[in-house]
Design a protein. Structure first.
Length: 156
């Protein structure tokens, strides 16, 4: 039962959080754009750029453990899941503190699940969290600049 819970946290909770974010903020296209631009930039931009230059092995490649989720090795640092979810949480936090805290808790749970599943080192999650949070705040700053310059494009 514990393994199933860890797999849920490590693999499936991310999708539940994404769906929930869309459900909560679907009426505000601008917030949705900012949330997902931040999350995708953190995950597929900055995380992949770092991995291009630094290919850290995953715990199951170094330690004598069997991961609970099968995947290829390498690319452990930073955690793409953590970068994505912490960017999502931080972008939500900027607009709604209460929901932001909820999503930060979800991001932490996914990160813990990925550590417990043998997929990441704690520093991978921390690195992903830093990348995600910084990306969300940078994107928010740029979006605010664009809104001031060009008006509230993209809906309310």
């Amino acid at each position: 039962m514990t393994d199933l819970f860890i797999v849920f946290l490590a693999k499936y909770l991310v999708w539940a959080l994404v769906a929930f974010a869309v459900l909560i903020f679907f009426k505000s296209r601008r917030i949705i754009k900012e949330i997902f631009f931040s999350a995708f930039l953190a995950r597929f931009g900055f995380t992949e750029l770092i991995r291009f230059f630094y290919d850290r092995p995953r715990p199951f490649e170094v330690e004598n453990i069997t991961p609970l989720i099968l995947r290829e090795g390498g690319g452990s640092f930073p955690s793409g899941h953590a970068a994505f979810l912490f960017a999502l949480a931080a972008a939500i936090f900027i607009y709604d503190k209460r929901w932001g805290i909820f999503f930060f808790v979800g991001a932490v749970l996914v990160g813990l699940g990925r550590i417990w599943a043998g997929l990441h080192w704690p520093s991978d999650i921390l690195g992903g969290a830093v990348i995600g949070i910084l990306t969300a705040y940078a994107v928010s700053y740029l979006f605010q600049k664009l809104v001031k310059k060009y008006g509230a494009a993209g809906g309310s």
